[in-house]
Ligand binder design. Structure first.
Ligand SMILES: [Zn+2]
Ligand SMILES: [Zn+2]
Length: 165
């Protein structure tokens, strides 16, 4: 299921959370750039800091995105590509931050190869739950029953799951 979690234009009631850390953003007059947030092509919205290190190939894809729909002379694109080719690997991230994340056009369509959710480095809770049901047939009702049987009180349960006491 794909859906947009935030950024409905001119909406006064929309806020969104980072799909990785849960940080809540409710400053809807700001752009992704102002908030230091990006959205990947699968609509995961994440803080800049969670992005994975880009390869040169990824930087070029982002560059294409940056120029797409604009009247740009071929030399300009070629110059950007040459600049990327000349980077050392350790400079790729810095290049992304300084040259590409300055563009909201780039920020709204980040390639999946640098999104930690698309790369399965992070799994969202609801997708984790859904996968457990689908693949392992573990359903909330079963678990609720088990918990009711096992614990006398919520505080006992809480201590068990968070502190293992
Ligand atoms: Zn975050
Ligand atoms: Zn993603």
């Amino acid at each position: 299921m794909k859906y947009r979690k935030g950024f409905v234009a001119n909406s006064s009631s929309s806020s969104f959370t980072c799909n990785v850390c849960g940080e809540i953003y409710d400053d809807y007059d700001s752009t992704y750039k102002d908030l230091c947030v990006v959205e990947c092509t699968s609509n995961h919205i994440i803080c800049d800091g969670h992005l994975l290190e880009p390869t040169k190939k990824t930087l070029k894809a982002m560059t294409r995105r940056h120029f797409s729909g604009k009247q740009v002379r071929p030399e300009v694109v070629l110059k950007a590509y040459t600049e990327i080719d000349e980077l050392e690997d350790y400079q790729c991230e810095e290049y992304m931050v300084e040259k590409l994340l300055t563009s909201n056009r780039v920020r709204t369509r980040i390639p999946g190869c640098i999104c930690p959710i698309c790369q399965f480095d992070v799994i969202e809770d609801r997708e984790f739950r859904q996968y457990l049901m689908k693949e392992h047939k573990i359903y909330p009702d079963m678990i609720k029953k088990e918990i009711k049987k096992k614990f006398h009180s919520y505080s006992q349960f809480y201590r068990y799951i968070w502190y293992n006491r």
